[in-house]
Design a protein around this ligand. Structure first.
Ligand SMILES: Nc1ncnc2c1ncn2[C@@H]1O[C@H](COP(=O)(O)OP(=O)(O)O)[C@@H](O)[C@H]1O
Ligand SMILES: [Mg+2]
Length: 506
């Protein structure tokens, strides 16, 4: 039998329902049932599971309790509103006011606290989480068997598991930790989004090391403002969630976090901040990678290489090395492991068909990231810089104008196009991006083109490229599809760019 959803451990001893009731401080249902798993997804229920029936925006999970019972659920966890609705399913129920807030701790109990046996490094920040997680995992590999959890994929050793979101729900996360433990994984590098922190996905996790990369406006559709966003990230740097913080003091919010965190903090700076514990020195930024020396608080001098282009990847690489050192690895060995990482999918990923110009795909889809990736590529481009960029529909609308402005300002050719329009009119999104581009004075902006069709936009950028130029296709990175009007068609920027380059040579 195969089940939907992330993997589950093979061997789990049952936890009596009464023990879970006791943990929650609620009356135990009249049942001798034992629980061997937990899920919030009624379709993924396996025999013996506790089905977490959560209130949702449109429906209540309790409405699927009969389906869960049919799949063998042993019991239900729900709120008072759900309790009435689950009665018909005939399952014993644990009823609490906020089941989502208790799901993580129950999952940890049911799976036997698997996180305690893993070295866990968690990475948060607006940009650089995925990249830094891959780099950390590369360093961990030098001494341990590893796992990786993030936007692009989850990995246990070399086995890849498709990732649906940056940080899985607490139920799936604890199951995954348990599978990792079963397979001998010793250490895990994990992205921790601010959604994950606010929605309790990392409840019951205590990270050995928590890393803060940076903070800039993003997800403002989810947070009420920068203060709210900062506070969400800052939660990770409290004793309930981590033991030690590694914080970037080149960032304004990082400097604040270094002061306000309630766990011990080690600081780093890639830009020579004199107060930082760890600094990057003698930085040589190249077109494909960068080299630098890491100076540590005890006089350490470590030869480091960022396997990815761009100054911000010096910062990401430094973050990785410092967090590995903080986790007790030998810093030089760790740095060598980081340098050996072959690349990160969709993050400044190179497309090389032997063409005389540099072509990359990058996941920059926030104003700040667009600006930093274009600045970084400008530094290593002899000729002109041609950039393709769109903005997603049904997401933060406030970033469309500034993203349009940023690409017009920092590229020689700004090809505006569709990202994932989702339910929105692609032309309406483009009109706002174009307004942003038009707000840049004419003598300060590059040539601006608009193609609604993304493949046509990529071909247009390639058509303009001369030897020594750079083409960057930004916004979708590793994504495999494009969502137009709710229909996801296969679309991979790397493949489309590769084909455009081949056609231009023919
Ligand atoms: N440290 C950084 N500072 C600014 N921009 C960055 C940094 N690291 C990466 N970026 C940009 O952000 C994009 C997304 O990077 P990624 O590592 O996927 O971050 P996240 O997982 O936090 O979204 C990259 O493709 C790059 O353009
Ligand atoms: Mg990510």
């Amino acid at each position: 039998m195969t089940y939907p959803g992330p993997p589950r451990p093979v061997r789990i001893s049952a936890t009596p329902l009464a023990e879970l009731a006791d943990q929650l401080g609620v009356t135990a249902p009249d049942s001798s049932a034992g629980v061997t798993g937990i899920t919030h997804d009624s379709r993924a229920v396996r025999p013996g599971d506790l089905y977490a029936a959560l209130p949702g925006a449109r429906v209540h999970g309790a409405d699927f309790a009969t389906q869960a019972a049919g799949l063998g659920a042993a019991a239900v966890l729900t709120d008072p509103a759900g309790a009435e609705r689950v009665a018909a399913a005939g399952l014993p129920a644990l009823v609490v006011d906020d089941p989502r807030a208790r799901m993580g701790e129950l999952a940890a109990t049911i799976y036997g606290h698997p996180g305690r046996d893993l070295l866990q490094i968690g990475i948060t920040g607006t940009s650089g989480k995925t990249t830094t997680a891959y780099l950390v995992e590369g360093g961990l590999r030098t001494e341990k068997s590893t796992g990786l959890i993030g936007t692009v994929e989850m990995r246990i050793g070399d086995e890849r598991i498709k990732s649906e979101r940056t940080t899985p729900e607490a139920t799936d996360l604890q199951a995954l930790f348990s599978v990792m433990r079963e397979r001998g994984t010793e250490a895990v590098a994990m992205e921790v989004s601010s959604h994950a922190l606010v929605l309790g996905r990392v409840d019951a996790c205590v990270f050995d090391v928590a890393v803060f990369t940076n903070l800039s406006p993003e997800h403002m559709e989810f947070h009420s403002g920068m203060e709210d966003y900062f506070q969400a990230k800052a939660q990770l740097f409290t004793p309930a969630r981590s033991r030690l913080g590694v914080v970037n003091v080149d960032d304004e919010y990082g400097r604040r976090l270094a002061k306000e965190a309630t766990v011990p903090v080690v600081t780093y700076s890639a830009e020579g901040h004199p107060d930082a514990d760890w600094r990057a020195d003698e930085v040589e930024v190249g077109p494909l990678d960068s080299t630098f020396t890491v100076l540590g608080p005890k006089g350490e001098r470590i030869a480091a290489k960022s396997p990815l282009a761009g100054p911000f990847n010096v910062a990401n690489t430094l973050a990785a090395i410092v967090s590995l050192a903080a986790a007790g690895l030998d810093p030089q060995t760790a740095a060598d492991g980081v340098a050996a990482v072959p690349g990160v999918p969709g993050r400044l990923e190179r497309v090389d068909e032997g063409q005389p110009f540099f072509a990359v795909v990058d996941y920059a889809h926030k104003t700040d990231a667009v600006e930093s990736v274009l600045r970084a590529l400008r530094k290593v481009t002899e000729g002109k810089l041609h950039a393709v960029l769109g903005c997603g529909g049904d997401r933060d609308t406030t970033k469309r104008e500034p993203m349009g402005a940023a690409v017009a300002r920092f590229a020689d050719t700004a090809v505006l196009t569709s990202d994932n329009p989702r339910s929105e009119d692609p032309l309406a999104i483009l009109a706002v991006m174009l307004q942003g581009a038009a707000s840049v004075p004419a003598h300060e902006r590059g040539e601006v083109q608009v193609f609604e069709d993304r493949a046509a936009a990529i071909a247009a950028a390639v058509a303009r490229a001369e030897p020594g130029d750079t083409v960057v296709v930004a916004g979708k990175g590793h994504e495999q599809g494009q969502d137009i009007a709710g229909v996801v068609r296969p679309f991979d920027d790397r493949e489309v760019l590769r084909e455009a380059i081949q056609r231009s040579k023919a």
